[in-house]
Design a protein around this ligand. Structure first.
Ligand SMILES: Nc1ncnc2c1ncn2[C@@H]1O[C@H](COP(=O)(O)OP(=O)(O)OP(=O)(O)O)[C@@H](O)[C@H]1O
Length: 337
């Protein structure tokens, strides 16, 4: 049997939600029936607006939060069957990079100590070996080994994010989740960190999930993309085919909202309505209250992901929308390499 590197089946996570002081609490799904698969060295982007459940999915994949239902396999092992030893191996072979490097780093430890820590905690090498590997890793992410003795407050935001990346990759993980890993950085620093991640991926035996709300950035960094809306994947496919013919109205609206410098490009997509509101989801399509194309069927029957063009799309009307090449898809061929 083919053992999946990373696979989820009907993965769901519900949280309790207190609606008001006077009403009972209810629960809602931050992730709902997620089915994704990743091969070794594959790069998957997860996009969607704030609150769509991207971080929750990332945390589920890394075993940092427990699913309410469903399964996750990593390197062929189901999360429910992992022994304590398997969990330790899982922690070595997976890694998380979060948005805010300042809160991710300990202000009282030197950069060297923080980058080397994993090697010592997991007893992979002795102190001298850990020091040497941490210094080499810092150089690998574009910092100088002389920074080993500095503290986080003595570095710029971009340097701190490089430190966080060095710390995440020091154990040579096979799977990383980058959760808004460049979102808090200035645009010019962002471009440098994106270039670094691309370089590192070419050198390492690493698959990753890149979580972001930024559709400008993700296209430079992934092979496939999954678009999330209120905890569900509504469209997924190869990055090029999604950007060159998005089939779900939500994906189309997201891509149409990416700013472009080209004055000849006009937004032809009708805008989506109002704000994301989890309380409006009961039956039918979760997106229908905001969808300019919703019909009667959308309020009674929840659309399931199904093949449309080269993608999987959860929309009853997916075949009806004409090709819309997102302005941000220009030069995509050159950029994805
Ligand atoms: N521990 C928690 N307890 C209760 N609700 C939570 C918890 N974590 C997340 N949520 C809720 O789950 C939903 C999805 O949150 P999540 O952080 O996964 O979304 P996101 O797409 O990553 O958003 P953002 O980009 O703002 O981080 C949100 O409504 C959030 O408030």
């Amino acid at each position: 049997m083919n053992t999946p590197f990373l696979k989820t089946q009907d993965l769901s996570k519900a949280f309790g939600q207190k609606t008001s002081l006077f009403s009972k609490s209810s629960s809602f799904f931050a992730s709902k029936s997620i089915n994704i698969e990743l091969a070794p060295r594959e790069r998957l982007g997860i996009v969607g607006e704030s609150g769509s459940g991207k971080s929750t999915l990332g945390r589920l994949l890394l075993g940092l939060t427990h699913p309410t239902s469903g399964d996750i396999w990593f390197e062929g092992v189901n999360h429910k069957d992992r022994s304590a030893r398997d969990w330790q191996q899982f922690r070595i072979r997976t890694s998380l990079v979060q948005q805010n490097p300042l809160s991710a780093l300990n202000p009282q430890m030197t950069i060297g100590e923080q980058v080397a820590e994993g090697l010592l905690v997991h007893r992979i090498t002795n102190r001298a070996g850990a020091y040497e590997r941490a210094a080499a890793m810092l150089e690998r992410v574009g910092l100088s080994a002389a920074m080993m003795s500095r503290y986080p407050h003595q570095m710029s935001g971009g340097q701190r994010q490089r430190v966080v990346i060095a710390r995440a990759l020091i154990l040579d993980p096979k799977l990383a989740v980058f959760d808004e890993a460049v979102s808090a950085l200035d645009v010019s620093v962002q471009a440098q960190v994106v270039a670094l991640l691309r370089e590192l991926w070419h050198e390492l035996d690493l698959a990753y999930v890149f979580i972001t709300h930024d559709l400008r950035i993700v296209r430079h960094l992934v092979d496939r993309i999954a678009v999330m809306y209120l905890g569900r994947v509504v469209e997924t496919g190869d990055i090029k085919s999604v950007y060159q013919w998005p089939r779900h109205p939500y994906t189309r609206a997201l891509l149409a909202s990416v700013p472009t410098m080209d004055p000849t490009v006009r937004n032809i997509e009708p805008p989506i309505k109002s704000e994301l509101d989890a309380s409006k989801v009961s039956q039918g399509c979760a997106f229908r209250s905001r969808c300019p194309f919703a019909v009667e069927r959308c309020s009674t029957e929840a659309p399931l992901l199904r093949p449309v063009g080269g993608q999987q799309v959860a929309c009853h009307r997916a075949e009806e929308f004409p090709q819309y090449i997102a302005p941000s898809a220009v030069n995509l061929d050159k950029e994805i390499a």
